[in-house]
Design a protein around this ligand. Structure first.
Ligand SMILES: [Fe+2]
Ligand SMILES: [Fe+2]
Length: 334
């Protein structure tokens, strides 16, 4: 944002796109916002708006409800469908909008409404807070993208575990959907699965990549990774509900796992799902000390360990059923 305008603290101007088919309105809005220190572009049709937003997403969009070529609703829908712009603040310009039209806009994820003709005094504080909202959303996305890159980097330290976290997340998601886990907890589960081994960042290469058997001390070092992962992710608000997955993904239902020796009733379904997904991927991929096991061999090992009371048999059955039904769901091994 601008050091000349209201968005202080950043060296680039906050950019606003005005989409309206009435040139006088665009001009007034543009002049007013430019005087307030924003970088403003304007277009008169929906297609031009979408093309511009895709090519170069702005920080805020003013969108007319009725455009000559498309409705504002359909433009809004297209903006929300695109991952790159799903959080972009969109203010709908309404002249004589009916309440049905407003409700529809709400359903499609409109950020705010501005009645035409607009009152300049009201406009500026709203623009300021919406631009700020966009910045927060950007920062959040950057932070998540950075952590995801970090998780991939950790997998890649050991050539045998490259892609492990992404595959575990995919297996876990498929099973969770089958078991009726809803969208929001599913997102927490997915994040937990993606970052479950983040704590391995603190495990030295010599231990992580050691081909032979580990000493007791080396095993202790490795076994710290769930707690370290939890500590690293704890400051992130978005990870709050995923932390139990990170901390407990090496627990067993009979209490013989680590770090806390928790047993069945204290291990939430999300943890049990990720644990099974984690082990399944470890068994069916090549390791430094053995080749990848076939699925059938892996299921055999799992069955024995379910009988010993280590893993959730229902989760295992769902994973087997999912893989049998749609092999296409199987994550890419590349
Ligand atoms: Fe782990
Ligand atoms: Fe793992």
């Amino acid at each position: 944002m601008s050091d000349r305008g209201p968005g202080q603290g950043n060296s680039t101007l906050a950019r606003i796109l005005v989409v309206d088919d009435e040139p006088p309105l665009r001009l007034v809005l543009r002049r007013f916002l430019e005087l307030s220190g924003y970088d403003v572009a304007e277009v008169g049709t929906g297609e031009e708006a979408l093309e511009r937003i895709r090519r170069d997403p702005p920080d805020l969009v003013f969108l007319d409800l009725q455009l000559p070529d498309r409705s504002g609703h359909s433009i809004l829908e297209a903006i929300r469908a695109e991952p790159a712009t799903r959080l972009l603040p969109v203010v709908m310009l309404t002249g004589l909008a009916t309440s049905e039209q407003k409700v529809r806009a709400f359903e499609l994820g409109v950020t705010d409404f501005l009645a035409k003709p607009f009152a300049p005094d009201e406009l500026l504080p709203r623009v300021r807070s919406l631009v700020l909202l966009k910045q927060f959303a950007d920062e959040l996305e950057h932070a998540e993208a950075m952590i995801a890159t970090l998780a991939r980097t950790i997998d890649a330290r050991d050539p045998y575990t490259a892609g492990h976290s992404a595959r575990v997340a995919k297996y876990a998601e498929v099973v969770a959907r089958r078991m009726g886990v809803e969208e929001t907890p599913l997102l927490d589960l997915r994040r937990g699965a993606l970052f479950h081994d983040l704590g391995k960042i603190a495990v030295p290469d010599a231990v992580l990549r050691k081909p032979g058997p580990l000493t007791d001390e080396e095993r202790r070092v490795i076994q710290k990774h769930p707690v370290i992962g939890e500590e690293l992710l704890a400051p992130m608000k978005t990870m709050a509900k995923s932390l139990p997955i990170v901390r407990h993904h090496h627990e067993r239902l009979d209490g013989s796992g680590y770090p806390d020796g928790r047993s069945g009733p204290d291990l939430p379904l999300a943890v049990r799902i990720v644990t099974v997904a984690d082990i399944f991927d470890a068994l069916t991929t090549k390791r430094v000390y053995r080749d990848a096991l076939s699925r059938e061999t892996a299921y055999g090992i799992f069955d024995a360990e379910v009988r010993r009371g280590w893993w959730d048999g229902e989760v295992l059955r769902e994973l087997q059923a999912a893989l049998a039904e749609s092999p296409a769901e199987t994550p890419d091994r590349s």
